[in-house]
Write a protein that binds this ligand. Sequence first.
Ligand code: NDP
Length: 450
Amino acid sequence: MDFKSTYLQGVYDKVCARNAGEKEFLQAVKEVLESLEPVVERRPDIVKAGVIDRIVEPERQIQFRVSWVDDNGNVQVNRGYRVQFNSAIGPYKGGLRLHPSVTASVIKFLGFEQIFKNSLTTLPMGGGKGGSDFDPKGKSDAEVMRFCQSFMTELSKHIGADTDVPAGDIGVGAREIGYMFGQYKRLRNEFTGVLTGKGLSYGGSLVRTEATGFGLCYFTKEMLACMKNESFKGKTVVISGSGNVAIYANKKATELGAKVVAMSDSNGYIYDPNGINLDVVKQLKEVERARIKEYVNRVPGATYTEGCRGIWTIKCDIALPCATQNELDGDAADALIKNGVIAVAEGANMPSTPEAVEKFLAAGVLFGPAKAANAGGVATSGLEMSQNSERLSWSFEEVDAKLHDIMVKIFHAAYDASKEYGHEGNLVMGANIAGFLKVADAMLWQGISY
Ligand code: NDP
């Protein structure tokens, strides 16, 4: 028996039977359902209306073939997905991931998490996610373009500015969004805000590129101040990954007075005791699309270690996992705790295993869960949608101030819910409960379709 409530146990058993073998999805559902134990006790109306039974089942799930021709004239076939999980509070919203590890389970876990994350932002966005097992690494620009066009040819039938608005995620940045937007416009003869993360010249928002990493640091700053009377000033920080989220988390943490000493990619990690030179990382990752190990050839005093998991053995005060799911396990948590970490905040989605989360909470380490801590990206996507609807562009300062305000509010929503439901300071429970209640309320109002 995993749950105290027999009702929740029944819901979870059904999810397991229906989605057998989908381990990432089951992991994400279990974590949310565990947090809902106190809600189930207090809210029989939610149970009676089957809200929880309904919320664990996607409203719609699309899987499609993506065929394209590589530079040698060979036909390649990938699999595309879009999971439209929940539209109770707004159009489906969530990124597209291009990575060989993408499966239905991965997209469903991300789409499920997105429901609660989007609700926490306070903006009107439902939850969705999509992607493909296509690997952009090693592909030419022309190959990436042909893939993106083929992907969008099918996806365009299911999305729209008021229906479903995808964005970037792993492997999908400005280049990919541009190719996809161009194809959507060609097919539909419409210039609408159907994607976010667009280039600034055609409807993108300032701060969207920086938003997830900046937002992560704004959330962490508030968590440190309110729960430990602490700040980033003078702290040593370790950040996994070296993609979009990791780069801008590094930038903001450094601006806030911290020293970031390590970053990684899927092959290994760099350690620079003098503080990572972010210009070098940006040149390698954003311009040259090179591997992180190249850093040590350009910056004296830095070292490179093969294998990305060892990064958590580096002594630090604050750890920001910003690469991928389940990258920080129980052993990594033990190493961080032993080295005196005071706060962990998740830039990636579900980077900490359940065992690691349990260890952090038991050791009194401040823990910011992904759906709260990394919500700045989608929040700024929501602001991009508003600007597209208004046909206006806001200044950097204006968007950054709104992002900061949203992240502070998210922290307090999660903290307040943790307190109200008897688990003060447990932001995993707080974020799940606060995110869930708004969606549940909307589902109650909207009735059940017969
Ligand atoms: P990028 O593609 O820009 O960067 C991903 C980084 O993570 C790269 O350094 C990559 O290394 C590393 N990585 C990817 N897969 C693995 C793996 N299996 N093992 C180890 N390292 C890996 O993606 P983002 O920075 O956009 O996304 C990072 C995380 O943040 C994801 O979990 C994403 O869902 C989450 N996120 C992103 C948002 C956004 O706005 N972009 C919003 C909210 C969450 P390599 O280059 O070697 O593959």
